[in-house]
Ligand binder design. Sequence first.
Ligand code: AMP
Length: 570
Amino acid sequence: MPSRPKDPAAPDGFATLDLDARVLSELAALGYEEPTPIQLAAIPPLMAGRDVLAQAATGTGKTAAFALPLLHRLNTGAPPRERTAALVLVPTRELAMQVAEAIHRYGKGLGAVALPIYGGASMETQIRALKRGVDVVIATPGRALDHIRRKTVHLAAVRTVVLDEADEMLDMGFAEDLEAILAATPAEKQVALFSATLAPRISAIAKTHQRDPEVIRIDREAVKPGRASKVMQVAYMVPRAHKMSALGRILDVEHPTSAIVFCRTRNEVDQLAETLNARGYRAEALHGGLSQDQRDRVMKRFRANTSDLLIATDVAARGLDVEHVSHVVNYDVPSAGDAYVHRIGRTGRAGRSGVAITLAEPREHRMLKNIERVTGQKIEVVPVPTVADLKARRLELAQAALREVILGGELDPYRAIVAALAEEFDVLDIAAAAVKQGAASEADAEAEEIPVAAPAREKHPARERAADRAERKAAKPAKPGRVVHAASGGAVTKLYVGGGRKLKIRPGDIVGAIANEMGVDGSVIGAIQIFDRHSIVEVSEAIADEVIAALSATTIKGKKLLVRPDRAGR
Ligand code: AMP
């Protein structure tokens, strides 16, 4: 294999797999940090041209395991009839689309063209696309055979055939079609067979169509559950599109004192941190893209309890020395049983109770079963909390918080209000109204630190510091013309940041930079407007100078930007 230039931004774990630098940079752009076990096991033999017989379910990263090697055997410059170098057979239309999308993405830098062809879609459109030239055809067996019989697909140049979810294809009655398709491809070819089970009928196909395959089984060995046994384990089945909002709701109900949320990719980590911050959590992102210095700061804040949620990739969380967390959340089903055990071992320490929550897409059900099998423990599948559950839980939390406030005393200043209202209303009604007001405007309550939020006070030192400073400053006469009033009531100032849409800056990037550098949360930041070449950020006047210093010292989207008070705001 000729040596290729390595992309310095590429994730390290993939560097040993001898992948093309252009593929490596796509993986980096996707936020992949290291190969999954199936990828580590399958990529080297496939790159070497060997056949592979792999037992791996959806969710293990199996698509990249076969897709990355086949990208290195393409012939993108060939005329259309000789161009198709790989054929991937899949059981369903959905999978065909998904695999095509993945191959398109991984092979973008190589100019690879991937086409999904499946039944129920227009034959004409597929034929037109095939005529233009396709490197990888991803097909359901029935439709593939249709095209073969009509001679509208040309497989003479195929060097790799992948049977993905082979057991499913057999279950769906495609055995004969598979035979016919395989017979229509060149005798000299690499065959990769992926299946959730290695049942005898799969072995039979392997025997007929493979030559000395490398056999790979992931998760066969049971792992020692160890600490995991003290942890309550639950899973929520959530369709991909609803995962973010489901997680928000689950966290609202679970109310963790401190939690680590594990994601597969850097991009997911960043997105999730942004979303959860917007939801009022103090979430910090931790992934391999951060410098050691940034990581240390994130960890310091998490240990000091200035953040409630640590959103991390496995790589970044490895070797993390965290004493105890109340919850471990798997935003995706981990790609192997031991990764799961390792992750959830971070909760339930020292005899304390812990909760492990896993969000699984319906199609990842089998992965979940796999994990149950290797850990020998049951993971209870529970429904996502409803809005009604959430409301009930909020009231419960409000009740607990009130109880603490009452026991804490120092209520005299408020008694006067109650006494005044009691002349007009029933005391129970007054109390109920106070609770309603607190529960209805939770976000406002936090920002304004009304007594209901009192138990959370120790958990929010940074926020309080910023709020205190804002209060002190706000008490001084503000400079005329610079002041606008924020929802929080403090004085705010507008800052000019010398970058905007053209640099793909989003509000979350600015909030993230301020939060990261200063250890404060989003509540000290007001409206953010992004223009083509600049952005305007409103911050509490009290901390404006600090924000300018902090943003000037860091980078946003990898660039140092000019940050100064906005002249138009004066
Ligand atoms: P699959 O098992 O192929 O359906 O992949 C499951 C998910 O894992 C997909 O969303 C992939 O994008 C993602 N994925 C695959 N490989 C990796 C990796 N090495 N690191 C992070 N995510 C990955």
